[in-house]
Structures are given as C-alpha cells and as structure tokens.
Design a protein around this ligand. Structure first.
Ligand code: DHB
Ligand code: FE
Length: 274
C-alpha cells in the first residue's frame, strides 16, 4: 500500500489522539460549519503574519517545558519563547551586553557561578542571554536589526571557575504582540497580553544538559498572571539597589544601579543506554 513503509508509530499515535480529541471537541461544543471556516481563516492569518511560533509559544510552550523538565534536577527551566536569535556576539566574562549609547532604564549587574548538580564549577560554560530593553522591545524583533544589532544579546563565556559577571539593563514587563491574530485571540477570550519582566538564559557546557530558563523580578505586577504561564518561584529574584555615591563614581555610573547574584546548576548529560 502506498505510503505504509514510512508510517511512524509515534506520529500515528499522537495524530490519531489529536484527531479524536478535536472530533470530541466539535461534538461537545456543537461547532458550526461557519465556526469551522473561521478557525481555518484564523490559522491562515496566523501563518501569513508569521505568528505561528508566537501562538504556539503563548499557549503551549510552558506545558511542553513542564513535561520535558520533569525529574530533571538543577536550576528549574522555563520557556525559550519566540524571540531567541542564534549566533549572538561572543563575549568573555566580565562584560557589558551590546547596547545603544543612550540605552534607556537602569543598569543591572548579573553575576554568579555555573555548576553541575554535583557542585563542580563548569569552566567556560556559555550563557546565551537575551531580553527586552527597558521599554519592552526585543532587538531583531521590535527593534530593527540595522538600528541596534544584537541589542542586549550576547553569548557570554564564564571564567575557569564557572563565574560570570554581566552588565545589562533592567528589562520591563512586556505585552506579547497584540495587533495580530494571537492578540485577537487573547482579547476574544478575556486574557491580557502581559508577561512579567524577565531575562532569558540558555546555558550550555559540553558535560551537561542545556539549561533554557528565565529570571523574573519579585514585586512585578504580572508575576502571578504571566500570559505564557512560565513563572516558577525558584526563578524569581530580588535585585539589590546600589546608591552609594562613592561606589557609583568608582563604577562610572551616573545614577543608582541594581544587582542580582544567581548561581545556576546543570544536570550532567544523560547517556542513553545503548
Ligand atoms: C513568549 C515568551 C517570551 O519570553 C516573550 O518575551 C514573549 C512571548 C511566549 O512564550 O509566547
Ligand atoms: Fe521574553
């Protein structure tokens, strides 16, 4: 029979279950033909506007993360989201993330150590960092790449002791794009579009499983109602504010700055049994 050689057992099982669930939903909610056509138009528009990754990440990625990370150990994971850009500039710790001459907002010094779950320092671990600016804009997505290439993005290499020290800027709460079909679906189902302010990190070391996570800030107005549902208690930090004039002068900062110390812990690579 045509095509049967390439049937994949996993795909077959999942797709059959997906279809059974969708058919059940059509019956349960008595979906009309008009509603069925509207669902197709919605998917067409989502694709045409390039929002398929956004739509899936908003509604489903946190659940995939929970399933994927079950029993993992080490620092808790969180979603990657749709705004990661690979191949960011390589910088050695200590460093300052790429930024504009007049980068808005408050300076944030993020430092800590990357270790294995057993506590061994991970020499040369790489921290791929990305975030919104203080106005909620992501470079390469909301800020055109030719205006500020790699703004607040870098791959930072930790030192021999797994230590890193990075100067960045405090991000702000952020609304996922509202002007397209994802925003329309959020509005139409009575949901806001806010994510609490967050820093994205993707930490790699050859001996360990990659850690994709985010850090959030205590007191953020959206910390308990992230539209994406990606906040975990262990990932919430409280920045310290620094305003001692001598310290500011030493660092060459014109106004108070914030600091966060956070140590990351990565599980060793799980070797699959042969
Ligand atoms: C999503 C994640 C983010 O980190 C972000 O800034 C916007 C959206 C998401 O998962 O949809
Ligand atoms: Fe984000």
């Amino acid at each position: 029979m045509a095509g049967t050689q390439t049937a994949d057992a996993r795909l077959t099982e999942v797709v059959n279950d997906l279809l059974a669930n969708l058919r059940g939903l059509i019956r349960k909610h008595q979906i009309s033909h008009d509603e069925y056509r509207r669902a197709i138009a919605f998917m067409m528009e989502t694709a045409a506007k390039g929002e398929i990754p956004l739509l899936f990440d908003v509604f489903l990625e946190a659940t995939v993360d929970q399933v994927d990370a079950a029993g993992r150990g080490g620092t808790e994971t969180s979603v990657e989201g749709p705004f990661y850009a690979p191949e960011a500039p390589l910088l050695r710790s200590p460093c300052v993330l790429p930024h504009r001459a007049n980068e808005p907002g408050d300076i944030l010094l993020l430092s800590g150590t990357v270790r294995s779950v057993e506590g061994d320092a991970l020499s040369g671990a790489m921290l791929d960092m990305w975030q919104s600016d203080a106005e909620g804009a992501y470079s390469h997505f909301n800020i055109p790449a030719d205006q500020a290439p790699w703004n607040l993005r870098a791959r930072v290499i930790a030192d021999q002791s797994g230590r890193f020290e990075v100067q960045t800027w405090v991000p702000s709460p952020y609304q996922v794009p509202k002007d397209g079909p994802t925003g329309a679906l959020l509005r139409g189902t009575g949901r806001h579009a806010w994510r609490p302010a967050h820093l994205h990190l993707r930490i790699t070391h050859e001996s360990c499983e990659t850690l994709t996570t985010q850090l959030f800030f205590s007191g953020d107005p959206w910390i308990d109602s992230d539209v994406v549902g990606a906040v975990k208690q262990s990932l919430i930090v409280t920045p310290a504010k620094h305003e001692d004039p001598k310290d500011l002068k030493n660092k060459g900062f014109a106004k108070p700055y914030y600091s966060v110390v956070y140590d990351f812990s990565l599980p060793r690579v799980m070797r699959k049994a042969a």
